[in-house]
Design a protein around this ligand. Structure first.
Ligand code: P6P
Length: 342
């Protein structure tokens, strides 16, 4: 690789900023600080098995889930990377019930940052890939220190979105609405290098469906028919799909983005809105997949058009190759209007 072909994420962000003469550079700085956070988190994730950082801290988060030390560490790393920068009016994290305010001693800015600091954390002990997901919104309120309403905006209004996947290599993938770009961390120089420019989800893409079939007994009749059709057990599908399910959203979505396929977390009789959070899991992924040429819905309408009402609200999600999401709608759309399990 010649020095000319080495494009760091910092250089790429600067190049992207040049496309917007009106840009102040604040959004670029947000992406740079997220890249720094990712490097720090990656360092700890990659040695998690070597130091006593595993195991629960004996505390549950607001969703009643056991908080593992790495969750807490990642949450603190991101907050500390941004709280003093003057870039943000406030933050919202999966790990905190309300918004995370910028300390009074620091200046504030015009953006709100929402993030899931370490998604898939239940897989940490099994060394399965996990990830960070983030979403950037523009402050709407007059309050310089932000409000919860500044974080509760529909996905179509996101300014930027991205994720970091801590796997066999650490990758950062982001979009500001001008293509989806992937960077791989070169630990030898501590830089994210452009490895996947302008990602487009393959079409037709691999025939892969990704869903937790352990929930089959709670699914709606349409969801059951869909999965039976996909696997060739029902209906006229002469090209059955393969199934892949890691159980870590960032990993399942990263595969879907690069290979194509259909990822689903549907609602069911026990959890009518499914398990995944709209604002800082589904919406950023939906922005990325749409800008890569795919589709993302809740089984009835585009996720990015949903008007959210609360910070941690859940949403069913069907996301990936557009044709496969459209196919899913043929089975489940009419039911999305009805309470699941009816
Ligand atoms: P289930 C991980 O706990 C997570 O939040 C997502 O990363 C993942 O897609 C989902 O939950 C897996 O949930 O119910 O299939 O174990």
């Amino acid at each position: 690789m010649t020095s000319r072909s080495v494009v760091t994420v910092e250089r790429h962000i600067t190049d992207q900023e040049r496309l917007h003469p009106e840009a102040t550079g604040a959004l670029s700085d947000i992406l740079r600080h997220m890249a720094l956070s990712a490097k720090i988190i990656a360092r700890e994730v990659n040695k998690a098995g070597l130091v006593d950082i595993l195991g629960a801290v004996g505390r549950e988060n607001i969703h009643g889930e056991q908080v593992k030390k790495l969750d807490e560490f990642a949450d603190d790393v991101i907050f500390a990377a941004f709280d003093h920068t003057g870039l943000l009016c406030c933050m919202a994290s999966e790990e905190s019930e309300g918004i995370r305010e910028i300390p009074e001693r620091f200046p504030t800015g015009k953006y709100a940052l929402l993030y899931d600091p370490l998604d898939g954390s239940s897989n940490i002990d099994a060394n399965v890939s996990i990830g960070t997901i983030f979403s950037v919104l523009l402050k709407r309120s007059d309050n310089p220190r932000g409000t919860e309403a500044d974080c509760i905006q529909k996905g179509r209004d996101q300014i930027a979105a991205g994720y970091v996947v801590y796997g066999s290599s650490t990758m950062m993938v982001y979009t500001t609405g001008n293509g989806v770009h992937g960077f791989t961390l070169d630990p030898s120089i501590g830089e994210f290098l452009l490895s996947h420019p302008d990602i487009k989800i393959p079409t037709p893409g691999k025939r892969i469906y990704s869903v937790n079939e352990g929930n089959y007994g709670r699914w709606s009749p349409g969801q059951r028919r869909l999965v039976r059709y996909l696997k060739g057990a029902d209906g006229d599908n002469d090209k059955p799909f393969s199934t892949r399910y890691i159980g870590s959203m960032v990993s399942d979505l990263h595969r879907t983005l690069l290979y194509g396929g259909l990822f689903m977390y549907p609602g069911d009789a026990k959890a009518p809105k499914g398990k995944l959070r709209l604002l800082y899991e589904c919406n950023p992924m939906a922005m990325l997949v749409e800008h890569a040429g795919g589709r993302a819905t809740d089984g009835k309408r585009d996720l990015l058009d949903i008007e959210p009402t609360s910070l941690h609200q859940l949403s069913p999600i069907y996301i990936g190759t557009k044709d496969y999401v459209d196919l899913a709608h043929r089975f489940v759309e009419e039911e999305a209007a009805e309470p699941v399990g009816a």
